[in-house]
Design a protein around this ligand. Structure first.
Ligand SMILES: [Zn+2]
Length: 414
């Protein structure tokens, strides 16, 4: 069964005035998957325990981002849907302010349940082929607009980087009345027999008029970058504060129940009566539908939920495991062995360098005979997979040689 979560920001145009009616038409199947909710709940409990605190998810999570600008500007000049680098960078700033609850920015709040999500985003500095990049990829298409209901694969076919390594953000002209769309990290969980979503559409899709902060094509009242903050929240596994049904649950205890989405544009208090109790809706939550200027909070339970999901989503785990390929390293040369003894079909290691250089990977046996050798010219950091068939079984010696030094590791190949 294909599990696809739609997160759609609706947009209504009346002449030049954008009258917002419904911001997001999400169909959170995730909210109704009892097995998955049980698994996430268990993970959240573990997260709060000592065991989880020693988990593979680091305290501060850094996520490499590629922004694909799918534009309709045949000349390639920076205008219209071919938004500027500055506009892209303004969006990355907003993400970091919001996900770090950064003091002195619109992403800060003084709510006792407000959380620093401890997630940061940065434009990737190495592309899918291992070459230096700005993390911004511009692609011309003769198409004027795309449907995010039926054409996400069409968009991805124009430009896509491995979603096991990057958060793909596609900035496009979205047809109809929508501002954005996101894929949830579902379908690839341990212990659940769900069909994975196509990894090529795993990312977020944002209309170019709702991307970035008060720059270029960003249009009020969605000009503060919160469409992307909201959609990335879905990409991390968060669901809407009202649980996509009247007085539903988002599985977070510190977001009050709500009768439905809030579409206020003036940020005035709104109240709900659910199960006989009246409470103020958290209209400032990024996972509500209010306009950008009302939003400023993720809660502690939302943070716990994201942490739990990052622990059980294989593709998100892959992304976190690959992040050091994109981070500058302090030493000129680092060699990390991924799994020793070697049990699978390959010996995998990471070469991390602080600048492009020539390097060589070799494997020797105990008698000093070369079993494997491969050279990389003017290369950046990479993962190297050495087939088990080349190195056989026994004690092996892995060697990385570059101008800046030489590193040896002793390997047991089973
Ligand atoms: Zn949504």
């Amino acid at each position: 069964m294909k599990r696809l979560i739609l997160s759609l920001f609706s947009l209504f145009l009346a002449g030049n005035i954008r009258a917002q009616i419904t911001r997001c038409a999400a169909d959170s199947k995730l909210a109704h998957n009892a097995d998955l909710q049980e698994l996430i709940h268990r993970k959240i409990e573990e997260f709060k325990s000592e065991k989880f605190r020693r988990s593979a998810v680091p305290d501060l999570i850094r996520i490499p981002v590629v922004v694909h600008i799918i534009h309709n500007n045949a000349s390639g000049s920076i205008s219209g849907s071919n938004i500027s680098d500055e506009q892209v960078r303004s969006q990355i700033e907003v993400l970091n302010e919001d996900y770090r609850r950064m003091p002195g920015t619109p992403g800060y709040n003084v709510n006792p349940v407000g959380a620093d999500m401890q997630i940061e985003f940065f434009l990737a500095n190495i592309d899918a082929e291992g070459h230096p990049t700005t993390g911004i990829n511009r692609v011309y298409s003769s198409r004027r607009s795309f449907s995010v209901l039926s054409e996400t694969k069409t968009i991805s076919d124009l430009s896509y980087w491995d979603s096991n390594k990057y958060l793909n953000i596609w900035v496009v002209t979205i047809g109809g009345s929508y501002l954005g769309y996101a894929e949830f990290p579902i379908g690839d969980f341990d212990g659940l027999e769900t069909t994975d979503i196509d990894e090529r559409i795993d990312g977020v899709f944002i209309d170019y008029r709702a991307f970035g902060r008060k720059t270029g094509s960003a249009e009020s009242p969605y000009a503060y970058g919160r469409t992307t903050t909201h959609e990335v929240g879905h990409w991390l596994g968060l669901i809407h504060t009202w649980g996509d049904t009247r007085c539903g649950t988002d599985y977070c205890d510190d977001t009050p129940p709500a009768e439905g989405s809030n579409n206020t544009v003036v940020c005035m208090p709104v109240f709900s009566t659910c199960r006989g109790v009246t409470t103020r809706n958290m209209i400032e939550n990024y996972m509500d539908y209010t306009v950008d200027s009302c939003m400023n909070i993720f809660t502690q339970d939302q943070k716990n939920r994201v942490r739990a999901i990052l622990e059980i989503s294989k593709r998100r785990q892959n992304l976190l495991a690959n992040v050091d390929l994109f981070e500058p390293v302090s030493e000129p040369l680092v060699l990390k062995v991924l799994g020793n003894p070697v049990e699978g079909s390959s010996l995998d290691c990471k070469v991390l360098v602080n600048s492009a250089q020539d390097y060589k990977i070799e494997v020797f046996d105990d008698l000093g005979r070369i079993l494997f050798s491969e050279e990389y010219r003017n290369s950046l950091s990479r993962v190297v997979h050495i087939p088990k068939s080349r190195i056989g079984s026994g004690m092996r010696h892995l060697r990385l040689t570059a101008k800046s030094g030489r590193i040896n590791h002793r390997i047991v190949s089973l």
